[in-house]
Write a protein that binds this ligand. Structure first.
Ligand SMILES: Cc1cc2nc3c(=O)[nH]c(=O)nc-3n(C[C@H](O)[C@H](O)[C@H](O)COP(=O)(O)O)c2cc1C
Length: 386
């Protein structure tokens, strides 16, 4: 049986910025190095687990690491790692006014207080040497539409000579460039660098953070760029608008539908191509004003791709507020949009019994939901008012 490494007695780490971190706040660290130390050697064989080669540069006690047999080969190891989905960030640094950046998915949050995060950078990479020398880095988290930026900063676009060109950058406190339209960025000062085989685990103290464009994240899984594949909701709420007799309205409410005489706050023409940012800004405004339910209205026919583009970000922003949609029938395409909306996390739908007035017909949406196994009320049998 493989036991845990014989490790670390009580150690007290000296932060490279002079702050001492008590052992209670520090996970079992293996050996730690001063982050400015250079000359890490690498060993790419996956045959033995060996003692870390970094030489301690700080006031830490040494740790014994057992030599354990390693039975995994490199291909199996990589295939297994590829099954781990991750977010994607661009790690940037600046030294002597020269900026540099690389794509990284090894980001992890480490501690809330103090605010610490980590990234693992390959020791052979130019980025590694630069972060090590600069002692600062920033990481910009990429959103769902930014796979091109991820590829560019991973060196996958050989035609790109300047990775930074043509993108909108801001500068954080440390001077590191950050993407102006990242979903979030963190500005960090390196406080530790731990050996991690052919990578170094840089731990950064977060000096500043921002969330410039909250939205759906870019993911990386199985060597492919991806997005969240959202499950269908368990149930949806269907509101019925338009003219209804009092008796009919009562029957529908009893059946479980919402009957809406006056619509709540709405964003008109929410799905127009090129209007995504305006829609999201209006949504933010309504949420800030304290509205707990907002309806996004499709004014002109929108494609499922366009509906998805807006809703993937809108549902992330709405969080606990209820996001509703009023979709056009579009000769059947409206039901495709309804499914896209459900898969994007929308659970509120505005309909009309007639299917006119530019809203989906209640009966069609009920049929779709039931076919998808999504729970919703059943229309009571009536004389054909619809
Ligand atoms: C999705 C993705 C994630 C990556 N994550 C890391 C990472 O966490 N650490 C790392 O060292 N390299 C990572 N890489 C590889 C680097 O981005 C790539 O080697 C880059 O060219 C390094 O830039 P540099 O050569 O200018 O230093 C990743 C690549 C991709 C496509």
């Amino acid at each position: 049986m493989v036991g845990p490494p014989q490790c670390c007695s009580s150690v007290r780490l000296q932060s490279s910025v002079g702050r001492s971190i008590p052992p209670s706040e520090t996970p079992c660290p293996g050996r730690v190095t001063d982050f400015r130390r250079r000359g890490a050697r690498t060993d790419r064989r996956l045959t033995r687990a060996t003692t870390p080669r970094y030489v301690s540069g700080n006031d830490v006690s040494s740790c014994e690491t057992e030599t354990l047999p390693v039975s995994v080969d490199s291909i199996t190891f990589r295939s297994a790692l590829a099954q781990w989905p991750s977010g994607v960030g661009v790690v940037t640094t600046v030294i002597d006014g020269q900026r540099h950046g690389m794509t990284a998915s090894s980001f992890s949050s480490v501690s809330l207080n103090p605010p610490l995060v980590s990234v693992c950078l390959g020791v052979h990479l130019p980025s590694h040497a630069l972060v090590e020398r600069a002692g600062v880095f920033a990481i910009s988290f990429l959103g769902k539409g930014q796979a091109g930026i991820g590829q560019r900063f991973a060196g996958m676009r050989p035609e790109v000579t300047d990775r930074f060109a043509g993108l909108d950058w801001a500068h954080a406190e440390t001077g590191c460039p950050v993407l102006a339209n990242a979903t979030a960025w963190l500005d960090c000062r390196v406080v530790h660098a731990y050996p991690g085989g052919d990578h170094t685990i840089f731990v950064g103290e977060v000096l500043a953070a921002s969330t410039p464009r909250v939205g759906a994240p870019l993911l990386f899984h199985s060597s492919a760029w991806s997005q969240l594949a959202d499950p269908l909701p368990e149930k949806i709420d269907i509101a019925i608008g338009g003219r209804l007799s009092r008796l009919r309205a009562n029957t529908l409410v009893t059946a479980g539908f919402t009957v809406r005489a006056t619509p709540g706050p709405m964003i008109a023409d929410a799905f127009r191509p090129g209007g995504e940012d305006a829609t999201l800004a209006e949504l933010d405004q309504l949420l800030r004003a304290g509205h707990t339910a907002v309806t996004l209205v499709e004014k002109a026919d929108a494609s499922p791709v366009q509906v998805r583009a807006v809703l993937a970000d809108a549902t992330v922003r709405a969080r606990r507020a209820s996001l509703r949609v009023r979709l056009r029938p579009q000769r059947g395409l409206g039901l495709v949009n309804a499914m896209v909306a459900m898969k994007s996390g929308v659970t509120g739908f505005d309909t009309t019994l007639s299917g006119r007035a530019s809203a989906l017909r209640t009966r069609d949406l009920v049929f779709l939901a039931r076919q998808l196994g999504v729970s919703c009320p059943r229309l009571p049998a009536t004389k054909p008012e619809e």
